[in-house]
Design a protein around this ligand. Structure first.
Ligand code: ADE
Length: 232
């Protein structure tokens, strides 16, 4: 899979060289490129923002650098079978879930455009729709200073679903949200720690009883912490 990220703060993404995604990049499973939006400016100050038409607080990201960035990154797909999926993180978008991550992990090419300030000139989203499928995606119902942190989270959630990125694919199956429930609790040695015991069923060797207990724990946790998940 190819992922391009456009940001005015590319160093936010240095963390993506670490751990499993770093290894996936090194091995070529994941072709991840982080680009500075200012590289597509042509003035001395490398300007990416301007005052909003109609007035109001803050600044708006100018369309020109975004247009050039999208042209360059999407044009390289002209020979590929699939148009890119162009994602703009936004608190005004659809909410990102594990289902979104699963869907996006099947795409050949994702382009993430990180907005800052009061947002990006609306015409950029319209233009991007000529080049690929546009998705506005929110990390949740709160406001961040820009899209970078949201894109970090999305790239990690998507990247670990690409075959070969997580060494043991079984660990992807038995985790929160994969089956619509929260994950069951985990324990390791020692069996007693500071007077707290591991639930005896986990030491019983009875695989049927363990599976049953884990399922009950999943349901109980989900009921208590996230009843909204059970409504669906
Ligand atoms: N940019 C600012 N807030 C955001 C959010 N909640 N999700 C995605 N992008 C954002």
């Amino acid at each position: 899979m190819r992922i391009d990220v456009v940001s005015i703060f590319p160093s936010y993404f240095d963390g993506l060289t670490l751990s499993l995604l770093g290894k996936a990049r090194d091995s070529g499973i994941l072709n991840l490129d982080v680009r500075d939006l200012r590289d597509w400016t042509h003035d001395r100050h490398r300007t990416v923002d301007d005052t909003p038409y109609g007035g109001g607080a803050g600044m708006v990201m100018k369309p020109e650098p975004w247009g050039l960035a999208l042209d360059e990154l999407a044009a390289s797909d002209s020979r590929a079978s699939e148009r890119p999926t162009i994602i703009f993180p936004s608190p005004a978008g659809e909410v990102f879930t594990q289902a979104t991550a699963r869907d996006l992990a099947t795409r050949e090419h994702l382009i993430f455009g990180c907005g800052r300030y009061e947002g990006i000139d609306e015409r950029v989203f319209e233009y991007a729709a000529d080049l690929g499928e546009v998705r506005l995606i929110s990390l949740g119902d709160y406001v961040l200073n820009g899209g970078e942190v949201a894109v970090m989270a999305m790239v990690e959630a998507i990247g670990r679903l690409i075959p070969g990125v997580v060494g043991n694919p079984e660990s992807l199956v038995e985790e929160s949200h994969e089956d619509g429930l929260l994950e069951y609790p985990s324990y390791t040695k020692p069996s007693v720690w500071r007077d707290r015991e591991v639930p005896p069923v986990l030491l019983s060797g009875n695989h049927g009883a363990i599976a049953h207990w884990r399922r009950e724990q999943q349901l109980e946790r989900t009921r208590r912490r996230r009843p909204d998940l059970l409504e669906d």
